[in-house]
Design a protein. Structure first.
Length: 302
């Protein structure tokens, strides 16, 4: 089953916030601001990362946690419609010659609605180069039905087509066996993200391996820039350097004034973390997916 996460974004954009599913031990928040990903003051905050099973630090979620329920980003369609869901990204129920994509219906920089847009002549396929029309959140690009232009350069407006999930929200499917369906932005963004190993950091150039749901990690743009080192502040997963993740400040043991701090993944039972940190298992005992049993994260020692 797919994990509903926060909105995953491209460089230069700020993102929407979506709370974790009930009982989900891995709630992560992502953004890709060119300024390091820290949101403006009016951005709602959520969980900054998973709490390792060996700790007792509570998650910062909206599912009964301490943070308030974030406000909805949805507004009425400025084009005259009142329904933010003009079409179904799973069903692809637009008329012939069109496709259904997520877009920002309020003129902002966050995907928060769906719309039908015209297909271009000779559209690009998954894995091929593409371009967006207007902006990365316009809901219009040069990819074929069932694909979206992703990881878009904000200056050239060029990116690569990534597949959309098929099936339905309860049982999403990705044709690529090495991809995982990530549903975000309140169901408007449904991407088949390539899975990865956080210890190997085996993503393609420019991307890093980040936690995106229960039991899996996916590749997403690394927008850490000059920040993102061990102990540096963060509020979003992909503002940490490759090999690090954003976790709550008290778990990492960094400056308590920070919302969260970047900390490194580690191999359980291998070299120590150093700097007073312990390598603790990332997953609860018995819950690690095959091949990820030794994944740990460096947290403050007892």
């Amino acid at each position: 089953m797919a994990k509903r996460t926060v909105c995953i974004l491209v460089v230069g954009l700020m993102g929407c916030w979506v709370p974790a599913s009930d009982g989900d031990p891995s709630s992560s928040q992502m953004d890709a601001s060119s300024s390091g990903g820290l949101p403006p003051d009016d951005q709602p905050h959520g969980n900054s990362g998973p709490t390792p099973g060996a700790t007792t630090v509570p998650e910062m979620t909206t599912d009964g946690g301490s943070d308030p329920e974030p406000p909805s980003n949805f507004i009425e369609n400025p084009d005259g419609g009142s329904d933010v869901y003009q079409c179904d990204v799973f069903e692809q129920d637009c008329k012939e010659g069109e496709k259904c994509l997520a877009w920002a219906n309020d003129g902002g920089s966050t995907w928060n609605a769906t719309r039908c847009s015209d297909l271009v002549d000779d559209p690009a396929q998954v894995g091929e180069a593409c371009y967006v029309i207007g902006s990365a959140v316009s809901g219009s690009d040069s990819c074929d039905v069932g694909a979206m232009c992703w990881n878009v350069d904000p200056e050239t407006l060029e990116g690569t087509c990534i597949g959309l999930c098929t099936g339905d929200p309860a049982s999403p499917v990705c044709e690529d066996p090495n991809a995982q369906c990530s549903i975000s932005c309140d169901g408007t963004l449904t991407l088949c993200m390539p899975t990865c190993d956080p210890l190997a950091q085996d993503c393609a150039g420019g991307d890093a391996c980040y936690p995106m749901g229960v039991g899996y990690f996916t590749c997403a743009p690394d927008v850490s820039g000059d920040l993102g080192a061990q102990g540096e502040p963060c509020e979003f997963i992909n503002v940490c350097d490759p090999g690090l993740t954003c976790m709550s400040a008290d778990v990492v043991g960094c400056d308590e004034g920070y919302f969260g701090c970047c900390t490194a993944y580690c191999e359980v039972g291998a070299a120590p973390c150093g700097s007073g940190l312990e390598c603790m298992p990332y997953f609860n005992a018995g819950n690690a997916p095959p091949g990820l049993e030794n994944v740990g994260v460096c947290i403050a020692g007892a």
